[in-house]
Design a protein around this ligand. Structure first.
Ligand SMILES: [Zn+2]
Length: 266
């Protein structure tokens, strides 16, 4: 696979469309009654409701929510990956004519512009999905929101400055953020990418001090969390699409540790 193929969501859209009813059953929990998520800005035109956002975020347990540095969820207009995008330099554009292809759609992004050492906050941007039926767009945005929320948990774990960031997995073990990501990279690299999108970030650099290391491994982790909660994810193996962790129990266990770990502050 050409490594930029992962930026073209065309195969994902085609798969979601072909499996629309089964995906809808699998994600039926998002339509259950919930209060509206309140920290939203300009989401009117994005195809996911504030109550659905609440349901998605409620998947994450207390420790993961406490570690997340999410501030606001911000709605954005349709955006594409532009010609020239690579895994180390994704180029967004609102001009469809500059897109790598019409389905090289950007569904979500985690913005760290407001992040300072004193005030670690990130906003999640969710984009209107263009030229797609609303229900399919919502499926994509559920995936994108789980993925981006995982970034808001991952960011402090890795970019913690001089203080080691330690998570304690109750009754099990504890890790520094760095040790956790190294172990996750080591285990994930034994397998094919968890998803079509994650394939754009393989192979992982061998050297963790390479700034590309955390981007590549982080994308695999965020996609793995999405697969974990949705119970499916589009990938290169039609059977594994519906059983994303088949044959990779240790990767699944590490995803659970990532979600259950309590930030140790003493
Ligand atoms: Zn990501």
């Amino acid at each position: 696979m050409n490594t930029t193929d992962g930026f073209d969501l065309g195969p994902v859209l085609a798969w979601l469309t072909a499996n629309e009813e089964r995906v809808a059953r699998q994600l039926s929990w998002i339509t259950q009654l919930a209060d509206d998520y309140s920290n939203v800005v300009g989401m009117e035109n994005v195809q996911i409701r504030p109550s659905e956002i609440t349901k998605v975020l409620s998947l994450f347990q207390g420790p993961a929510q406490e570690r997340s540095v999410l501030r606001n969820i911000v709605g954005k207009p349709p955006t594409w990956f532009a010609v020239g995008t690579t895994s180390d330099r994704p180029i967004p554009t609102e001009d469809r004519l500059k897109a790598m292809c019409p389905t090289a759609i950007v569904p979500g992004y985690t913005d760290i512009v407001s992040w300072t050492p004193e005030k670690k906050v990130s906003d999640i941007w969710l984009y209107r999905i263009p030229e797609v039926p609303d229900r399919i767009a919502t499926f994509m945005l559920v995936h994108a929101l789980i993925h981006e929320y995982s970034h808001t948990i991952l960011n402090p774990l890795w970019f913690c400055g001089k203080e080691p960031y330690v998570i304690d997995v109750p009754g099990c073990t504890e890790y520094t953020g760095e040790a956790f990501m190294m172990m996750f990279a080591h285990e994930a690299a034994k397998h094919d990418p968890i998803s079509h999108y994650a394939a754009a970030y393989r192979p992982f650099p061998d050297d963790p001090s390479d700034k590309q290391f955390i981007r590549n491994v982080g994308e695999e982790l965020c996609e793995s969390v999405a697969a974990y909660f949705m119970g499916f994810i589009y990938c290169n193996d039609p059977v594994r699409c519906w059983a994303p962790f088949a044959g990779r129990p240790i990767v699944k266990l590490l995803v659970e540790h990532f979600l259950r770990g309590v930030h140790k502050t003493d």
